[in-house]
Write a protein that binds this ligand. Structure first.
Ligand code: GAR
Length: 278
């Protein structure tokens, strides 16, 4: 095991992924330590476990922030470094026909909540921020404050579906209701869209005819716990690179995509070197 990376975690609910990550850290199965756990919901069940383990915790009550920010107070609460036009130009998760006023209010109120999150996180420097069942879409305002080196993203999310299928809030439900025969989970870096960032890892499971939605969720969660810790370990070993790729389709259209390349680990490199020498 090498040097430990410092992980910050954001959750909204039960926190079983957080538990898996904390267990892996405490058992030295991954080169990482959790330095804070934050939430958008003061009632999140996962917070009590973090507290029991003596971790720094905080919550920013998004609902209360939204309430407070309504009306006249809004202007005075907006962070000074918030650039509405910049955020609107880079975000790509709201495509609906929202009018400009609704869009502006959405991103302004989010920036107020996100600035509060950033203030709470500030005392705890971290290498990687993991979203572990954090049910808010982070805006470019927050992402740019964390990803200070654009070529080295450092916010990961776990999603309960095989992306790019079924982004959004109910990945297992959407997979199940669609009648899929295979379900799965995905860990990806967070970008300016909703569940659209470069994919780091995925695991899949079979959906049998007799499976209920609960059974699907259970199978999925068990894989999530393995997948998340594996991806965190790849990050800790500095083996993840986000590289731009350009593909030309048959009709001549050029497609640009950022993908994650996983560099060989020490053992794999050693095996290759031995093979070359023999
Ligand atoms: C997990 O299934 C996770 O993939 C999902 O929420 C659940 C949280 O469970 N996340 C999302 O849907 C994010 N869009 P947990 O609180 O027990 O870790």
């Amino acid at each position: 095991m090498g040097n430990k990376i410092r992980i910050g975690a954001l959750i909204s609910g039960g926190g079983s992924n957080l538990r898996a990550i904390m267990d892996a850290c405490e058992a030295n199965r991954i080169d990482a330590m959790v330095v804070f756990v934050g939430s958008d919901n003061p009632e999140a069940k996962g917070m009590s476990r973090a507290k029991k383990h003596g971790l720094a915790t905080f919550s920013v009550d998004y609902k209360a922030v939204m309430e407070e920010a309504r009306g006249e107070l809004l202007e005075s609460l907006i962070p000074e470094d918030f650039d509405l036009q910049g955020v609107l130009a880079s975000q790509h998760f709201i495509t609906s026909a929202w009018n400009s006023e609704k869009l502006a209010t959405h991103f302004r109120t989010r920036a107020i909540a996100e600035a509060a999150l950033l203030r709470e996180m500030a005392p705890y420097p971290f290498d990687l921020l993991v979203l572990a069942g954090f049910m808010r879409v982070l805006t470019p305002y927050f992402i740019d404050h964390v990803n200070t080196n654009p070529s080295r993203p450092r916010i990961m999310n776990i999603h309960p579906a095989l992306l790019p299928s079924f982004p959004g809030v109910d990945g297992y439900g959407d997979t199940y209701r669609y009648g899929c025969k295979v379900g799965g989970c995905t860990v990806h870096f967070v970008d300016y869209g909703e569940d659209t960032g470069p994919i780091i890892g995925q695991k899949a499971f079979e959906i049998k005819p007799e499976d209920t939605l609960e059974a699907v969720r259970e199978k999925g969660l068990m894989l999530e716990w393995e997948l998340y810790t594996e991806c965190i370990q790849l990050f800790a070993e500095n083996r993840l690179r986000v590289v731009p790729k350009t593909y030309t389709l048959k009709n001549g259209t050029r497609v640009n995509k950022k993908v994650v390349e996983i560099l060989a680990g020490k053992r794999e490199r050693h095996r290759k070197e031995v093979a070359l020498c023999t």
